[in-house]
Design a protein around this ligand. Structure first.
Ligand code: PLP
Length: 383
């Protein structure tokens, strides 16, 4: 039956949505998210009316969550005794990790992070009223492990290493950090929000990338996001912890819902993004993700060549599908590109712009972008 009121509202929403940039049109070049794989959309809709915060009401959804956690544990070489906690994204998973580390050592007040850490750690420091100890980067923009060794003391809550940094996609020396933290008995959290779905496949493709997961015995926990290179729907991030016993430290009693205790930060949360991530993982499997990564890396090298052919330079050789292009005035370049319908990210700290070659950035998209970029660089004086 036609419903005029509904149609009017939906039309209004459609008009608003048309103002957005979109992954599927290919004009978002700077984001770490992408269009959800088609099966993710279908799975998401099936689980719209669910709440994982009340698991005995939704036992089917709860089983899907467990299956998805099992997939992540396998992907990250997690021990049998490990456990996963599903949340809204990298920020929440990082917060849960540091909350846990603080619970293990409640009197400690310092968190060691690389200068390249995502800004979520600033929020975490503010929420938890703790101090960030920033570690400089080496010439390859990776956390300097020698400085970390010197900075660890009896106030250290945890060390954070990044596997796939937000600005450059670099990977901190996790094996060295693991050794240091194991020797010093300090919690090591790896923020692989972006790289968690990438590095395992780069390894299969024989790229020279370091170990970053639970194979490194000093690693205590890992953040990994399905809504980034997991190619699933927003919002979904996870924390995997080495020892499931630790989950009790970040759980509270739940006297009036179907569970006895609840871990993590959120209470009510939808199973829709979990079902979506699980569906994509089942559909693609490790082989499918490897193929996607292979294409993203080929396209990354293609962007690099096209940029260097213009006479511009990258900040560093890409480790993964992230490129940073040195520019005189990145803010101006971003403004001019936005006016022409292209969205890249400015990185003022590195005087550059970031392009993340996600699956929606095809060779065709790159070929349409480069001439616009070239003209823009002429206007800004970069060429
Ligand atoms: N950690 C890293 C390395 C990231 O790149 C990001 C986001 O880009 C985050 C954490 C935060 O993730 P979210 O935006 O899902 O909260």
């Amino acid at each position: 039956m036609p419903n005029a009121k509904e149609d009017k509202i939906l039309e209004k929403l459609k008009q608003q949505r048309e103002k957005d940039f979109s992954f599927s049109k290919g004009n978002i070049l700077g984001s770490m998210c992408t269009q959800p794989y088609p099966i993710a959309k279908k799975a998401y809709m099936m689980f719209l009316e669910t709440n994982l915060g009340d698991p005995l009401l939704f036992p089917g959804s709860k089983e899907i969550e467990k299956k998805y956690i099992d997939f992540l544990k396998k992907l990250l070489n997690a021990p049998r005794n490990s456990e996963g906690l599903i949340g809204s994204g990298g920020t929440e998973s990082n917060l849960s990790a540091i909350w846990l580390a603080k619970k293990i050592n409640p009197k400690r007040r310092e968190l060691i992070v690389p200068q390249s850490a995502h800004f979520s750690f600033e929020k975490i420091a503010s929420i938890m009223d703790i101090k960030l100890v920033n570690i400089p980067l080496d010439k390859d923009y990776r956390m300097d492990a020698n400085v970390v060794r010197k900075k660890i003391n009896n106030k250290t809550i945890a060390v954070v290493g990044i596997a796939g940094s937000t600005e450059l996609g670099t990977i901190d020396p996790i094996p060295e950090l693991g050794r240091i933290c194991y020797d010093e008995n300090v919690f090591l959290h790896v923020d692989a929000a972006f790289g968690g779905y990438i590095i395992p496949f780069l390894k299969k493709l024989e790229y020279n990338v370091p170990d970053f997961d639970f194979k490194v015995k000093g690693v205590s926990s890992i953040t990994i996001d399905a809504h980034k290179m997991g190619c699933s729907a927003i919002p979904l991030g996870s924390l995997v912890i080495r020892d499931k016993k630790w989950m009790g430290k970040i759980s509270v009693d739940t006297p009036y819902i179907s569970s006895v205790k609840q871990p993590g930060i959120l209470a009510t949360r939808s199973a829709a993004p979990v079902a979506a991530a699980y569906a994509v993982a089942e559909y693609l499997g490790f082989e499918g993700y490897k193929e996607i990564m292979e294409t993203c890396m080929k396209n990354t090298m293609y962007v690099k060549k096209r940029i260097e052919d213009l006479g511009l330079n990258l900040i560093t050789n890409p480790t993964m599908n992230v490129l940073a292009i040195k520019l005189k005035n990145p803010c101006k370049t971003v403004d001019l590109l936005t006016k022409q319908g292209w969205k890249v990210n400015k990185m003022s700290r590195l005087s550059s712009i970031r392009i993340v070659v996600m699956p929606h950035i095809t060779k065709k998209v790159i070929d349409s972008f480069i001439p616009v970029f070239k003209k823009t660089c002429r206007k800004t004086g970069d060429l």
